[in-house]
Ligand binder design. Structure first.
Ligand SMILES: [Ca+2]
Length: 197
């Protein structure tokens, strides 16, 4: 009797250890993994927009997300400022360089420095940085291990609700001209930014 109980106990312990086959994880938004590696499988269905200086923009939209990749290509090392006007009329600056960060802009009189960027903060969006951050100091440290092709952005429409967008691809040294999309758009005139459906 004791032995039977022991066997039953062992059997139930075994049963609790059985690992059920896991459901495959759902594909990421736009099927894009935000890692700075622009894989053909991620971006093959995207709209390719040629920018100046040999840079390119890859754009993909779904009902729930706006996704794009900025590929500096021949333009060389660059960082990216994305300006978004949301449907409530608020201006957002999403930034990706050695770090990512965001800020909300007033309607007028903002500059690159003012208001300040909240580093590491990404509300309703994600993007990769050009480097990995040191896990302890959170400072840029080692070069990205994966091949770095450019910057991948994924924006959640439910949180950010983008209405118009302008992208600036900028020289780290501040020497080369900004590459902008739309090419004729002006920073200070939202009406010239690209509308998003
Ligand atoms: Ca990727």
């Amino acid at each position: 009797m004791i032995r039977a109980a022991a066997v039953a106990l062992a059997a139930s312990a075994l049963a609790s250890c059985v690992v059920l086959p896991e459901e495959p994880p759902p594909p990421p938004p736009c099927n894009v993994t935000v890692d700075g590696s622009l894989n053909v499988s991620e971006w093959q269905g995207a709209q390719r927009i040629d920018l100046t200086s040999g840079a390119a923009l890859w754009l993909k939209q779904t009902p729930s997300h706006v996704c794009f990749a900025v590929e500096p290509g021949e333009a060389g090392p660059r960082y990216v400022d994305v300006f978004i006007a949301d449907r409530a009329g608020t201006l957002h600056n999403l930034h990706a360089s050695m770090q990512v960060g965001e800020r909300t802009l007033p309607q007028r009189r903002w500059t690159d420095e003012n208001p300040e960027t909240a580093w590491g903060q990404t509300t309703g969006w994600s993007a990769n940085a050009a480097t990995q951050l040191d896990p302890e100091t959170h400072a840029p440290s080692i070069e990205q291990v994966v091949p770095f092709d450019g910057y991948e952005f994924v924006i959640d429409r439910a949180q950010l609700n983008p209405w118009r967008i302008r992208i600036e691809v900028r020289d780290f040294d501040g020497e080369a001209r900004d590459i902008v999309w739309p090419a004729q758009s002006r920073r200070t005139d939202i009406a010239t930014w690209a509308p998003l459906p």
